[in-house]
Structure formats: structure tokens, C-alpha cells
Design a protein around this ligand. Structure first.
Ligand SMILES: Cc1cc2nc3c(=O)[nH]c(=O)nc-3n(C[C@H](O)[C@H](O)[C@H](O)COP(=O)(O)O)c2cc1C
Length: 340
């Protein structure tokens, strides 16, 4: 299946998505629940706009040797440095018929097939949005990353207790969800997290720990202090703070400070192999892709998402070929130009 066809096949199955040619946050601006960005929607829109300003530097005067997108992240050999981002409450947000359990089953199976990793999400209904998706990872031989929202201690402890006898590879916390409007009015609240409360989670679970939602150097250093193994440079797809910068424009600065000391992932507005390439060139070790992966999984199931991931891989390999990169570690800052 081709990319357009994969996304088109979601038509009729998702009430809240217009399935635009460029998933850029314009048609759905302000729609939360839904797929838009918060407030005016400017943060989601900016994520795409800035991405388009990064250009690839063509260089084909190189050896004609094979291209490999394979990489080694989190002690795992993956077919490419791409992760499916956590998406919670797909029924409410996409306006589809799937539960989060059914959705995550599809995503995990597709990722296993393509040998990439997926994150599950979290939300107010602990059973529906956290426990069942975690069970899906457990049933997938633990090949998946659990994500927990930044609940106050009571909420964190409940989830850690549930995780005790579950198989999963890593644990993430989307600390930026402290600003998520959908979590307001709940009995157990979310809060901003400091390094001590983050380190508590890592120590309690004994798992490698990812802090998702870092947008500046201080945040990256706080994650280091918390002994986090990785960060995701992310503004939650523009859903938590209006008028925020885009992750791609803060990536290089953050990377210049913490590269090599922790794994750096990034997300927000990544829609193609070229976009993946741009993020790697600007200092990321890997990327997460959200909305289009959700659409593919909902629209055409395991096969659709596996095909979309495969398309990304082919596009990434083509971008590498045209810029003189034969392996992922060849991709460097010199491979792109950031235009005004
Ligand atoms: C409908 C929806 C639900 C989301 N749920 C979660 C979640 O539960 N946990 C989380 O860390 N991020 C969540 N996110 C943010 C994504 O993981 C990711 O950061 C963002 O979508 C990336 O941008 P992109 O969709 O433009 O690729 C959600 C995003 C959307 C659109």
C-alpha cells in the first residue's frame, strides 16, 4: 500500500480528522478533544512550518555502496530510528470505534513486524488508557515502551504497582502533560516534576527511563540529573502550550549540550523519511511519529501501519542515498541547511 492510499483508507472511520495531504494542524486547529493543537493551534502549525524550512544538502559524488537504516538504540537493534508515539484515547480524539487496547494491539503488532518500537499512552481512566495498553505490551513479549502521565505521587504509585509483574522494555513520562487540558477536573491531578520525583520512578521500576516533553537546555539537564536514559524533545504535538517553539528549532541547542550523555529523541510534525533525516542531522538519535501512524493503524490495521512504516524507511534510505550517507551514523549537521 502507498502512503496516500494508507491514510485515505481511514476516511469514514475517523470523525475528527479531515485527512489532509499535509497533516499540519490548520484544518483541525484548536480541536482538543480531536487532533488539533491547543488554543489558537499555533504550536502544532509551527511544528510543520519549521520542519519545511530545513533543507537537505544533496551530495551524490560518493561510493555506490549499500544504504542501511538499521540502528542500535536502547540496547536493541532496530530497522530504523523511528518510534510510534504514544496516542491515548483514540476513540475520543480520532472519533473512531477502537478502544485504546485494540488500537495498541494493532500498533504493537505492526511495529514488531517492522522491527521498530512503539510507545503506549495514558489518561484519566487508568484501566482503559493505561492498564489495558500495558497489558498489550506484556502480551507482545514486552516489546514496547510504557508511558505514564506526570500524576501526583498517588497516581504514579498506582501505576508502578500495576507494572510490577508486567513485561515492558522501557518506561517514559510525558512531563509536558502537566499542561494538557483533557486532564483537568480529574480526582488525581497531574503536576510538574522535578529531578527527585523523576529519579524516584526510575529507581522504583528499575527500568530505563525516558523524559518526554523537554524543550530547553535546563529541562535536558534536569532529566540528566534525574538519571534519565533518554529525552524526547517534544511539545506534545502542540497540544499543551499555545505559541510554543517547535521541537526541531530547539533540537540542535539541546543536542549540543547532552549528546552522548543520553539518547535524544524528537517529535512533532515528522511526516516523511526526509523529515526523519532532518531530525537526525540536527542531533536526534531517533524520532517519534504520532498522528499519521494513528490514522494508518485505525484506517487499515496492522498491514496499513506496517506499510506506512515501510514507506518511511524507503524514503529515509533515499534521503541518505542523495546526501551521501550510507549508514545512520553518517548523517550529520553538514547534511542539512536551515533556511529562513
Ligand atoms: C490524539 C493524541 C493523543 C496523545 N496522547 C499522548 C499520550 O497519551 N502520551 C504522550 O506522551 N503523548 C501523547 N500525545 C503526543 C504524541 O505522543 C506526540 O508527542 C505528538 O503527537 C507528535 O506530534 P505529531 O502527531 O505531529 O507526530 C498525543 C497526541 C495526540 C495527537
Amino acid at each position: 500500500m502507498k502512503k496516500k492510499q494508507i491514510l485515505e483508507s481511514a476516511r469514514g472511520k475517523v470523525k475528527n480528522c479531515r485527512i489532509c495531504n499535509d497533516c499540519n494542524g490548520v484544518a483541525c486547529r484548536s480541536e482538543i478533544p480531536g487532533l488539533g493543537g491547543i488554543g489558537s493551534g499555533s504550536s502544532f502549525i509551527r511544528n510543520r512550518e519549521i520542519m519545511k524550512k530545513v533543507k537537505l544538502n544533496m551530495n551524490v559524488l560518493t561510493m555506490n555502496s549499500p544504504i542501511s537504516t538499521k540502528c542500535h538504540i536502547f540496547e536493541t537493534e532496530l530497522d530504523m530510528p523511528v518510534f510510534v508515539a504514544p496516542l491515548a484515547n483514540v476513540r475520543g480524539n480520532y472519533g473512531c470505534d477502537l478502544s485504546d487496547y485494540e488500537y495498541n494491539k494493532i500498533v504493537l503488532a505492526a511495529c514488531k513486524k517492522e522491527n521498530v518500537l512503539a510507545f503506549t499512552g495514558d489518561g484519566v481512566d487508568i484501566e482503559e488508557f493505561f492498564e489495558k495498553p500495558v497489558q498489550a505490551i506484556h502480551d507482545n513479549d514486552g516489546f514496547g515502551i510504557v508511558t505514564m502521565k506526570p500524576w501526583v505521587k498517588e497516581g504514579v504509585d498506582r501505576r508502578i504497582e500495576f507494572l510490577k509483574d508486567k513485561k515492558y522494555k522501557l518506561l517514559a513520562m510525558d512531563v509536558d502533560s502537566a499542561g494538557l487540558p483533557l486532564l483537568k477536573g480529574n480526582d488525581i491531578l497531574v503536576e510538574t516534576k522535578d529531578p527527585i520525583s523523576l529519579r524516584y520512578i526510575k529507581e522504583k521500576t528499575g527500568k530505563k527511563f525516558i523524559v518526554k516533553g523537554v524543550m530547553n537546555i535546563q529541562g535536558a539537564l534536569a532529566a540528566l540529573e534525574a538519571k534519565a536514559d533518554a529525552i524526547v524533545v517534544s511539545n506534545h504535538g502542540g497540544r499543551v502550550l499555545d505559541d510554543s517553539l517547535s521541537p526541531i528549532e530547539v533540537l540542535s541547542t539541546i543536542s549540543s549540550v547532552v549528546k552522548g550523555r543520553m539518547t535524544i529523541l524528537v517529535d512533532g510534525g515528522i511526516r516523511s523519511g526526509n523529515d526523519i533525516f532532518k531530525c537526525l542531522a540536527l542531533g536526534a538519535d531517533g524520532v517519534l511519529i504520532g498522528r499519521p501512524c494513528g490514522l494508518a493503524a485505525i484506517g487499515s490495521g496492522e498491514e496499513g501501519l506496517a506499510s506506512l512504516l515501510n514507506e518511511y524507511k524507503k524514503e529515509l534510505a533515499q534521503a541518505m542515498k542523495m546526501t551521501g550517507c550510507h549508514k545512520i551514523t553518517d548523517i550529520s549537521r553538514e547534511c542539512v541547511t536551515v533556511t529562513k
